[in-house]
Design a protein. Sequence first.
Length: 212
Amino acid sequence: MERWLDFVVVFGGLYAIYFFTLRRWDYTTEAKRRAQKDELKRQGLSNAYYFTGAWKLFIYIFCTGGIYAFYWLYKQWKSVAKGYLNTARQPLKGWPVWRALFGAVTFYQLAGIINRTCLYMHKRPSMAAWFSGTVWIICVAGSIILPGWYKLVCLAIFAAVAARLQYRLNALTGKEVPNLFQITDIIPAGVSLLAGGCLWAGYLWKTAFISF
């Protein structure tokens, strides 16, 4: 019995050493790391982004009924277009305004560029681009089709996906990006809030009219 107890203690100690050291060891060779970086550069990165507080972004998008997301996408695409890099040296096609207007689709590419940049800089990426982009489209459709409070649930998820991506992006700065409300973003947020309020008012009026 004592031998079994000794065996358990020794085995547990070895596993603890493995768990806290060897399990986290990077076995990737330098050549493989270089190849991974070359592949990331081939697919496209950016050295310029729009940085803002993640919680602030969530509040703006949610409180404006999702309208503020267009402004956020415009700012991101405007910055990314200036700093976009790939091995083929091909610039991004399409104006930031159009990319923002069709953000439900271009979000796939934006998330991909941000995730690749995070990996290149040895930072943790956000959710897979295909997943977060699909969630965005589903939430947009849900906020239009689904009734009542389900719209708010879709809107909350829609805002959370953007905020999470911004949170991972902010980690590239190596410091915390404050969530302070500034004039430069309060003005577009106010315009977005007005537009979102008009849309919600129209929806409520239409619902009441149909019920009547």
